[in-house]
Ligand binder design. Structure first.
Ligand code: GDG
Length: 471
């Protein structure tokens, strides 16, 4: 059996839970098979005396059946590749936020340089039949760099964030190079059909790509297999966590404290894609339009710190502090505050109990690749008395989770009405919707995601031979 080699910007000790969808997902799929996980260590290397950064070799560490290989970055690379191109160009543009993008030419050069560095350091660690799975927007050109160095392995790429429509993509000065780089992979996976459609439209209009068979595109003299592989969660593990001591304690504690109240919950990284200010506006509208919720409905909003060294995040933090302060000042009572806003990380084992104690989850991103919180909330519910999910139609998860209450997060009034509907939904309707949602997230769980992607990647050569003989 081929060894699995996962490459992502950051790695994490697979025994520790981390905040962030990619870390959780990658950890789960690697633990199943074992293998190598390669990425940035998270450290910025000190500069040598002459100001030139020390080039380090990957640091190797064995954790159970997984070997972690991590590299330090120089300060310049950290600023241009990570803070610059990845998080100040690709993240905003791929989330449709051209207004927040900073197209500094130094960033593109740093991005290319670090992808070359990754390829150069990874290559000697590879065996000929390794299956390589590259994750996310930080590493789009990695396969092209590996191919240029002679790597003939099968390489797959999964984009965890949305693929924007062609005209938004075209705002990135290097868009052609980025999209052409994807054709160095054998398989490119997206979170949902809408993303796949955007990519197909881009390459058909900008690169005259042709559809070959059901799921291949031909351009730049290469045939690329593409598909939608909606990422899932480990449902059983989440149910177990909900029913473990810590989960039960958390649930009982919250239910007791809020016995006279209705609990609403938001769990997000503090990121402008997650629609947090819009959510607070909608909650405020709910209190204004449906006064029976005053002194009752309480929104716990966890906003885990994220990318704090970028200006847009600092601005969002101040905006959230202001909005939460205002709503509490305007509506709070001596014994009730409408919003409990927590700008800290909460331990993963406490989340399931919190999800289960909540009557309504607000998952209302303005744009999101998938959104795992929506699925975690469903998994953690009591099947006999489940809470209701209010979900943005702009989350990738909305394609799969149609029985949630789907909302347009830009529509404050509409979102407030959906929250009211969730709070007052009769038990039999909640159970019916929850059963449908649960069975779908069980069917398309994390194992389905990784095994269907890897299966497709393993079949690529075989498919290519078949396609070649048909055309
Ligand atoms: C990217 C894409 C896609 C959150 N706060 C805490 C915490 N979390 C955990 C959640 C969940 C994960 O982090 C967040 O996952 P999401 O999917 O919601 O979002 P991103 O981090 O933006 O992830 C996203 C994902 O990749 C996977 O492909 O779904 O669209 O943007 O697991 O539970 N965990 C802990 N404390 C917190 O305070 N322990």
């Amino acid at each position: 059996m081929s060894r699995l080699v996962v490459v992502s910007n950051r790695t994490a000790d697979p025994r520790n839970a981390a905040a962030g969808g990619l870390a959780v997902a990658v950890r789960e799929s690697l633990q199943q098979t074992g293998g190598l996980w390669f990425g940035w260590s998270g450290k910025v290397a000190e500069e040598a005396d002459g100001g030139t950064p020390r080039t380090s070799e990957p640091h190797l560490q064995t954790v159970g059946n997984v070997t972690l290989a991590t590299l330090d970055l120089s300060r310049e690379d950290h600023e241009t590749y990570y803070l610059g191109y990845a998080n100040d160009v690709l993240w905003p543009v791929f989330h449709y936020r051209l207004d927040l993008a900073n197209f500094d030419t130094r960033f593109a050069a740093g991005y290319r340089r670090v992808n070359q560095l990754f390829a150069h350091k990874l290559l000697p660690l590879l065996k000929p039949d390794d299956l390589i799975w590259v994750h996310d927007y930080h590493l789009i050109p990695l396969a092209a760099e590996l191919r240029a160095m002679g790597c003939g392995n099968r390489i797959g790429f999964f984009l965890h964030i949305p693929m924007p429509p062609p005209l938004i993509m075209a705002a990135i000065p290097e868009h052609e190079w980025l999209m052409r780089s994807l054709f160095a992979y054998d398989l490119v996976g997206f979170q949902c059909e809408a993303d796949l459609t955007h990519f197909s439209h881009y390459v058909e209009s900008e690169a005259r790509a042709e559809k070959v068979g059901r799921d291949c595109l031909r351009a730049f003299d290469r045939t690329l297999r593409v598909g939608a592989y909606p990422i899932g969660i480990d449902v059983d593990d989440f149910v177990r966590l909900a029913e473990a001591n810590e989960g039960l304690r958390m649930f009982a504690g919250m239910r007791e404290e809020y016995s006279r109240r209705r609990l609403l919950l938001g769990v997000d990284r503090l990121d402008y894609s997650k629609g947090l200010p819009q959510r607070i506006h909608a909650f405020r509208q709910l209190l204004a339009c449906h006064p029976e919720n005053r002194n009752s409905a309480t929104l716990i909003q966890i906003a885990a710190p994220s990318r704090e060294d970028l200006g847009a995040y600092d601005q969002l933090r101040r905006q959230m502090d202001g909005l939460c302060g205002e709503i509490n000042g305007d509506y709070g009572e001596l014994d009730w505050m409408p919003v409990r806003y927590i700008h800290r990380n909460v331990a993963r084992k406490r989340l399931p109990g919190l999800y289960r104690a909540s009557h309504v989850a607000l998952v209302t991103p303005l744009r999101d690749g998938m959104n795992l919180v929506a699925k975690e909330f469903i998994a953690a519910q009591d099947r006999a008395d489940p809470g209701m999910l209010v979900l943005s139609r702009f989350a990738g998860a909305a394609e799969q989770l149609k029985e949630a209450l789907l909302v347009n997060p830009y529509d404050t009034q509409g979102t407030a009405q959906a929250i009211q509907r969730a709070l007052t939904m009769p038990l039999d309707e909640r159970i019916e919707r929850h059963e449908a949602l649960l069975s779908r997230i069980r069917k398309f769980d994390i194992r389905w995601w990784s095994s269907s992607f890897l299966q497709a990647l393993k079949q690529v050569e075989h498919d290519d031979v078949e396609l070649a003989s048909k055309t």
